[in-house]
Design a protein. Structure first.
Length: 188
């Protein structure tokens, strides 16, 4: 596999596993989805990331200490380093397993990412937002199964974000300006 093909595969996997980030980045293939942070989803993501690291090696990734000698390999090295860190985050007790605010923030921003920019007709963005909002209960149920620790500051932040989401979903989004297809500037 060529380095370019390996990087294409890396980015395909990146966006598929991170649909909210994909939306913010401008990749809209996953606009109706939320990530799978269930224990099973995290395990599958780790397995995929380990496979991706092997693929990057097979595509010619050089050891980090040699990357300065091969500037065309920098992208492979950066992708590999990202995967190494992500594997540690997926397997560790923090992040997905220890931060409820990560979950509440992802749920809320999954919708915000669809309504703050005019990248598609409003009705399409609202349909995607509705699909994500309907997926939030299952997403938060997965949080119940995944979270192992809940430090008070993270828990308190998640509660504050939930209160903000009630305003966002109950008052702000219905107040859309249909003519412009944007959220009122007071929200942004």
């Amino acid at each position: 596999m060529t380095p370019a093909a390996a990087l294409d595969r890396f980015f395909d996997a990146y966006y598929h596993r991170r649909p909210v980030m994909a939306t913010f980045t401008g990749v809209h293939a996953y606009d109706r989805e939320l990530p799978d942070w269930s224990p099973e989803g995290l395990a599958a993501a780790v397995a995929e990331m380990r496979d991706l690291r092997r693929m990057l090696d097979a595509a010619g990734r050089v050891p980090d200490r040699e990357v300065r000698q091969f500037p065309d390999q920098i992208d492979l090295a950066v992708a590999d380093a990202f995967l190494e860190i992500q594997i540690a985050e997926h397997e560790g007790p923090h992040f997905y397993r220890g931060n409820p605010a990560l979950w509440s923030g992802e749920a809320i921003f999954s919708v915000i990412s669809l309504v703050t920019r005019d990248f598609a007709p409003l009705d399409e963005r609202l349909e995607a937002a509705t699909a994500r909002m309907l997926a939030i209960p299952a997403f938060l149920e997965a949080a119940r199964r995944t979270l192992r620790a809940s430090p008070a500051p993270s828990r308190d932040k998640a509660v504050r974000e939930g209160d903000a989401a009630e305003i966002l979903f109950g008052r702000t989004l219905p107040g859309f300006t249909i003519d412009t297809g944007t959220v009122p500037m007071s929200f942004v």
